[in-house]
Ligand binder design. Structure first.
Ligand SMILES: Cc1ncc(COP(=O)(O)O)c(C=O)c1O
Length: 406
């Protein structure tokens, strides 16, 4: 026997099948989302992280990502880590002491760029709409008249509140006119609604795998324009992050050489997730997402609940629903999980519950189950809602607009 430290107790956890519930919860939160069977299978495989097969997988991921990002840019990288790691790759490669960034903030995630930029010593200015709306193009134009910036960051869909940046294309145009690089967080929106990286002239787009792409959490994607790449490549300032250094990432993603051990199962899963998107086509995927969300919105309103964001900037991929006055939404959500095995999300800083409408969440059976569970659970809390009216509205919208895709 080779002795080990006798003071350290040997734990005895149960096997995982005793930890997981007998019936899994239907994940209708703001992510992670359910994944297709092909993705789950790919994510259970391990192959070598370098070599011919992996090189082919990486080539395909890049090629398919170009379609999903709607770009011809070659500089596309998978980042081992959450979507925040891809955000951090953008920030830490383009900003350093002496560089100025304008952060358009309308919630938790768009504000995260400011925290990251402060962390690398950049000069950070935050721009917010005084009335809590998403930052508009005129507001940005005024900010750019008053001062100059090297980088402007923004989010396409602010998951924390369920609003989207409706002026995104104009804001990117303003950034380009001003000579600033634009960085767009498309974490909860990519493949759920149009984002035209090249046509709109966006420099950097980041996304996660566990939302619209319906893949496993743990790897994220980032796309750089040539202009953004040049800035990163020519910097003489110290490179604070070794893993997130885009020049080193290029070695693996462009040159098939070792950088760090790639997250193999997550990349194989991503390969399948992207392939399924290509098979579906972006056009049909956008239609599926749009009508899934609109159907749910109709159902929620017909039931007697109110949607948080006005239609002009209501995010479809994560729907925020106001919690009626005097109601404990935590109890309603608990009833949803206990009785119906449906999980939805609470919110950050607003009185709302949120239902995800990303990837595999946007399937008719999931909508019916979720809306029914929501209505019944709120009714049990004493809210004056009519679940049946909601279900009729959901069915009617689906039948009229999306029978063929949902
Ligand atoms: C819009 C947006 N940006 C960034 C993030 C951060 O993603 P992650 O938790 O994978 O780091 C999220 C996560 O919900 C998000 O919704």
């Amino acid at each position: 026997m080779i002795p080990v430290d006798g003071n350290i107790k040997r734990p005895q956890p149960p096997p995982l099948n005793q930890v997981l519930p007998a019936e899994p919860l239907l994940l209708m939160t703001a992510g992670p989302v359910p994944v297709p069977a092909e993705v789950a299978h790919a994510g259970s495989l391990v192959i070598n992280h370098v070599g011919e097969t992996m090189a082919m997988v990486v080539r395909h991921i890049r090629e398919m990502s170009r379609y999903v990002f709607q770009t011809t840019d070659d500089r596309i990288y998978g980042v081992s880590g959450p979507a925040s790691a891809a955000m951090e790759m953008a920030v830490s490669n383009l900003l350093w002491p002496g560089r100025r960034v304008l952060v358009l903030r309308n919630g938790l995630f768009s504000g995260r760029f400011a925290e990251m930029a402060e962390g690398v010593g950049a000069d950070v200015t935050i721009l917010e709409d005084p009335d809590g709306r998403p930052v508009s193009a005129p507001l940005v134009a005024a900010a750019l008249k008053a001062a100059s910036y090297d980088v402007i960051t923004m989010v396409q869909g602010e998951t924390s509140s369920g609003v989207y940046t409706s002026d995104l294309a104009e804001i990117v145009q303003l950034a380009n006119d001003h000579g600033a690089l634009s960085v767009v967080d498309a974490v909860c929106t990519l493949s759920t609604m149009p984002l035209k990286k090249d046509e709109w002239g966006i420099d950097v787009v980041v996304t996660g795998s566990q939302k619209g792409l319906s893949s496993l959490p743990g790897v994220s994607l980032i796309s750089f324009s040539d202009r953004a790449w040049e800035v990163a490549a020519q910097r003489t300032a110290l490179r604070p992050h070794w893993c997130l250094d885009v020049l080193r990432a290029e070695k693996f993603w462009g040159g098939h050489q070792y950088h760090y051990t790639a997250p193999v199962p997550a990349l194989l899963a991503l390969h399948e997730a992207l392939r399924l998107i290509i098979e579906e086509t972006l056009e049909l995927r956008f239609k599926r997402h749009l009508h899934s969300s609109l159907s749910l919105q109709k159902g929620v309103e017909a039931m007697g609940l109110r949607l948080y964001a006005p239609p002009a900037y209501r995010l479809n991929s994560v729907l925020s629903i106001e919690v009626p006055e005097g109601i404990d939404d935590a109890r309603a959500r608990k009833y949803m999980t206990d009785r119906f095995k449906v999980l939805i999300a609470d919110s950050f800083g607003i009185s709302a519950v949120r239902i995800g409408q990303m990837g595999e969440q946007c399937r008719a059976p999931n909508l019916f189950r979720t809306l029914h569970a929501l209505g019944v659970s709120f009714a049990r809390q004493g809210v004056d809602v009519d679940p049946s009216a909601g279900m009729v509205a959901l069915e009617t919208h689906l039948a009229d607009y999306a029978q063929d895709v949902l």
